[in-house]
Write a protein that binds this ligand. Structure first.
Ligand code: THU
Length: 157
């Protein structure tokens, strides 16, 4: 028996002013995307923005439904829209912003497990790292690749 360790490094920004212009733009798009949330049950509004390899940004927001499992998170709404709109392009980065009643939270909106798995697959499809930005008011976390938020990714089939 051996014990292995997984180390995760990520960047913490105190303000968008510290970020490169592309990340700053994507963060702003994710915050804007929160306006598209339809969240009559949780009142938790989430926006996501995906940067494609052709420079386009595709936005998504969470969509809830009275039949609960039928709704979808912001991240998957954005990624599925991006995949459908630009099937031949790569998803290079995704930013996520969320908060109660559309007010950006003091803690970053962290993606659920199902969304991380979908990110992992689009990253594998492109063969390039997809960075993940999690946005809060006064703090942004940046992970360089999906592996950093989903170690031991399932990709066996
Ligand atoms: N939600 C997202 O859209 N993304 C996340 O990363 C976490 C949760 C949504 C799903 C649901 O509409 C609401 O937030 C409360 O869970």
């Amino acid at each position: 028996m051996t014990i292995q360790e997984i180390n995760i490094k990520y960047q913490v920004y105190g303000s968008v002013d510290e970020m490169n212009p592309e990340d700053r733009e994507l963060v702003a798009e994710a915050v804007k995307a929160m306006q598209g949330a339809y969240a009559p049950y949780s009142h938790f509004h989430v926006g996501a923005a995906v940067r494609m390899s052709n420079g386009q940004i595709v936005r998504g927001a969470n969509q809830e439904n009275a039949a609960f499992p039928s709704g979808l998170c912001a991240e998957r709404t954005a990624m599925f829209a991006a995949g459908a709109r630009y099937p031949d392009k790569d998803m290079l980065s995704i930013a996520i912003a969320g908060g109660v009643m559309g007010r950006l939270g003091s803690q970053p909106a962290t993606p659920c497990g199902a969304c991380r798995q979908v990110m992992a697959q689009y990253q594998a499809k492109s063969g390039k790292p997809m960075s993940v930005l999690m946005v809060a008011s006064g703090q942004i976390l940046k992970f360089e690749k999906v592996d950093d938020i989903l170690p031991l990714i399932f990709n066996s089939i």
